[in-house]
Ligand binder design. Structure first.
Ligand code: IYR
Length: 259
């Protein structure tokens, strides 16, 4: 039972457990009725506080940029842990929590990862992606060379667990696992921005199996994304992008004209 995890309940059962041979099944709800429901504690803000906080959060997030030029400045592990705890607050299908964040800080392992990704990315850019895809990326001045993989103090490899295991060893379907991990990773990006750190949402195509092998992760986990974590290099640049205005991303129904 390599992956049965006793985290489906927030509250733990009373200890000591009656029967140690069924230790893990004691944590897992078999039916809805077994999961206790508790009052939801909500702190109601005034409209003014809501307006102010919504605007401040937008202003913070609107300063987020994908950064590909990193400094090697240290980021303490307790900060990394807070960021990943925040990502772990994400909702997920049937509360299956399908995300695994593998944090790599060792220079030797980072070098191995860079070796694999640069090898595969060179083939990606030259062969797998095709002319049109490469042309669409030209304005971002990307290449298969990724020095940030060894310069950034930490690499966060984002895996989706496509199935887990129940206490009896049978597979537990992780419903909407890709969506769950995408939401969780989005929360992680917000947490990184809030902590004054930077990342790049890199997608190492065709690298999953080799990176899984380096990291000793099982076959039910698939690599979705790699997020280097750190501070920007002092001379970091970003492309001069413009975000869509509100009227292109928000449609009101009924619209003002239709009312
Ligand atoms: N997987 C590559 C290429 C890449 C693809 C897209 I679409 C981008 O927006 C950026 C990069 C990489 O991670 O560099």
């Amino acid at each position: 039972r390599p992956h049965s995890r006793p985290h489906h309940r927030v509250k733990h059962p009373p200890f000591p457990l009656q029967d140690a041979s069924h230790e893990e099944s004691a944590f897992l709800p078999h039916h809805d009725e077994e999961l206790e429901h508790i009052p939801y504690i909500h702190e109601t803000l005034t409209l003014e506080e809501s307006r102010q906080r919504s605007l401040e959060f937008y202003n913070l997030m609107n300063r987020r940029r994908t950064v590909r030029f990193f400094s090697n400045k240290h980021v303490p592990m307790n900060i990394v842990e807070n960021l990943i705890l925040t990502a772990g607050t994400s909702p997920s299908g049937a509360h299956t929590q399908p995300w695994i964040y593998v944090v790599v800080s060792d220079p030797g392992v980072k070098a191995q990862i860079r070796q694999v990704i640069e090898e595969e990315e060179e083939i990606n850019y030259k062969k797998r992606m095709g002319k049109e895809w490469v042309a669409d990326l030209a304005k971002f001045r990307l290449s298969w060379e990724k020095p940030y993989l060894t310069i950034a103090p930490h690499l966060i490899l984002v895996f989706k667990e496509i199935y887990g295991f129940k206490a009896d060893g049978t597979r537990q379907t992780n419903y909407y696992n890709e969506l769950g991990v995408a939401i969780s990773a989005g929360i992680l990006l917000a947490a990184i921005q809030n902590a004054g750190l930077v990342t790049v949402t890199s997608t190492p195509l065709n690298c999953g199996p080799r990176l899984r092998a380096i990291l000793g992760r099982p076959a039910n986990e698939k690599l979705l994304m790699l997020l280097p974590l750190g501070y920007p290099a002092p001379d970091a640049t970003v492309p001069d992008l413009i975000r869509k205005p509100l009227n292109e991303i928000m449609i009101r129904k009924p619209s003002d004209y239709e009312q």
